[in-house]
Structure formats: structure tokens, C-alpha cells
Design a binder for this molecule. Structure first.
Ligand SMILES: NC(=O)c1ccc[n+]([C@@H]2O[C@H](COP(=O)([O-])OP(=O)(O)OC[C@H]3O[C@@H](n4cnc5c(N)ncnc54)[C@H](O)[C@@H]3O)[C@@H](O)[C@H]2O)c1
Length: 93
């Protein structure tokens, strides 16, 4: 499985939940993976939803579009994933 050979993936929040799964999958497909996380122990932090959470998530959409506009000319893709509910430590709160 080398579909991502010679690609570099940067995964924020990669110590737990979806980020952890994505990091493993990208690596198994041959990508070099940069895992960034605040939790060096592996993701025991959960967050409550609410107004600030919702506002931040909408901000991510604009931030992603901004980064894509800046870096697309350099051949860098910038993606954001907006999933439905998936059972991870964040949903246990
Ligand atoms: N699980 C769901 O149902 C769901 C649904 C929609 C969106 N999301 C979003 O997907 C993302 C991942 O969710 P998850 O369910 O895998 O959560 P999770 O709690 O399992 O993992 C989140 C990880 O992000 C890390 N993190 C938090 N703040 C950080 C920061 N500033 N810099 C780097 N790392 C940081 C945490 O330490 C943790 O390891 C979150 O942004 C969440 O809001 C989750």
C-alpha cells in the first residue's frame, strides 16, 4: 500500500480518536506523518460542546479556505474534515 508514498501528512490532535486512526492509516499507505498533539500521553482530554466549540468549528472552515488559498500555488492541499458523531474520548464527556 503506497498510495501516499512521497507525501507528507500533518495531523493535529493525532494522539487520540480520529487523529490517531488517521495517522496510522496514512503511515500504512506510505506517507511521512507529522503527529501534533498537546497530550503526549495519548489523548485523555475530552472537551464539552457549546457556543465556543461551535464558533471555533465554523472558524476552522474559514481558516482552511485561507490556508488553501495561500498554499495551493505551491502544490499543497489543505483539507478539513467535518465528521458526524463518532465514539471517541471527546464524546464521553
Ligand atoms: N468524535 C466526534 O463525534 C466528532 C464529531 C465532529 C467533529 N469532531 C472533531 O474532530 C476532532 C477530533 O475529535 P476526536 O473525537 O478524535 O477527539 P479526541 O478527544 O479523541 O482527540 C482529540 C485530540 O486532540 C488533542 N488536542 C486538543 N487540543 C489540541 C491542540 N491545541 N493542539 C494539538 N492537539 C490538541 C487532544 O489532546 C486529543 O489527543 C475534534 O476537533 C472534534 O471536535 C469530533
Amino acid at each position: 500500500m503506497d498510495r501516499l508514498k512521497n507525501k507528507v501528512a500533518i495531523v493535529t490532535g493525532g494522539a487520540s480518536g480520529m487523529g490517531k486512526s488517521e495517522s496510522s492509516r496514512f503511515a500504512s499507505e506510505g506517507a511521512k506523518v507529522v503527529v501534533a498533539d498537546l497530550n503526549l500521553e495519548g489523548g485523555l482530554v475530552a472537551q464539552k460542546g457549546g457556543a465556543a466549540y461551535t464558533a471555533a468549528k465554523h472558524g476552522v472552515v474559514g481558516y482552511t479556505k485561507h490556508l488553501a488559498a495561500v498554499y495551493s500555488s505551491k502544490g499543497i492541499k489543505v483539507n478539513a474534515i467535518a465528521p458526524g458523531t463518532i465514539q471517541t474520548p471527546i464524546t464521553e464527556e
